[in-house]
Write a protein that binds this ligand. Structure first.
Ligand SMILES: [Zn+2]
Length: 125
């Protein structure tokens, strides 16, 4: 079990690559969690069924920021179907583990991404 943040977590927290608002996104997904007050917003630019660009904004803790950044890394270039299959387990693995009390923070990013994709799909109908 991991009790503190690892190197990979700190790297993504201190210099997140995908943090920021996106202008004219194709879709936005928002999700919050009560436990530590994290709010997560995911922006997607979708072209021909693929995630061409992705960014996030969060009022979250260290774990929330690091896991969103990894989530964006995983999702970029993926098809919408593939993106929906990204789980918090994949995120935690890529981060090299998270303290178990912080695992819920990684759920947030994957959930917000799923919501963004669903928003996009419902708009298209
Ligand atoms: Zn959190």
């Amino acid at each position: 079990m991991v009790n503190k943040y690892g190197k990979e977590v700190m790297k993504h927290f201190t210099s997140p690559e995908f943090m920021g608002e996106m202008k004219n996104p194709s879709a936005v997904g928002e999700l919050g969690n009560m436990k530590c007050g994290d709010i997560m917003k995911i922006y997607l630019k979708i072209f021909e069924g693929k995630i061409e660009d992705i960014s996030f904004q969060t009022f979250g803790c260290v774990a929330a920021i690091a896991s969103s950044d990894v989530l964006c890394e995983l999702a970029k270039g993926k098809s919408l179907e593939e993106a929906k299959k990204i789980t918090n387990k994949m995120i935690i693995e890529k981060l090299g583990g998270l303290p178990s009390i912080k695992e819920h923070c990684s759920v947030l990013g994957a959930g917000a991404l799923k919501k963004a994709v669903e928003n996009y799909e419902s708009k298209k109908k």
